[in-house]
Write a protein that binds this ligand. Sequence first.
Ligand SMILES: C[C@@H](c1ccc(Cl)cc1)n1cnc(-c2ccccc2)c1-c1c(C(=O)NCCN2CCN(C3CCCCC3)CC2)[nH]c2cc(Cl)ccc12
Length: 100
Amino acid sequence: AAESACRIALGQVNQVRPKPPLLKILQAAGAQGETFTLKEVMHYLGQYIMVRQLYDKRQQHMVHCGGDQLGELLGLESFSVKDPSPVYDMLKRNLTSAAV
Ligand SMILES: C[C@@H](c1ccc(Cl)cc1)n1cnc(-c2ccccc2)c1-c1c(C(=O)NCCN2CCN(C3CCCCC3)CC2)[nH]c2cc(Cl)ccc12
């Protein structure tokens, strides 16, 4: 109890550890370190899409990731940011809890 309270105090909880293929993508978007909050993972994935210009300039909610490492991880050619489920499924496969 004391230790978990300490972790909460230090903001250690809800950190996740991306697996290597996902970590590489986050680092390409400027991420430092090996554990992140889910919010940070989403931020860096968004940055990655922007930097790699993977979003459709005309339909800006569409992401065309076929041929990119992101598409490999998602197992998709394209997806809409309006339907985050494929991204959450990918994160379930590529994040481990860093709590321990
Ligand atoms: C709600 C949020 C979201 C977040 C998670 C999910 Cl699974 C879906 C949706 N979202 C809404 N549009 C986007 C987006 C759209 C196009 C290009 C880049 C990001 C995002 C994404 C963010 C993000 O951190 N978003 C901050 C504000 N965004 C507004 C859109 N802005 C751009 C839109 C295209 C034109 C340039 C600005 C960038 C900042 N992170 C993501 C990561 C992925 Cl795997 C997919 C999409 C996003």
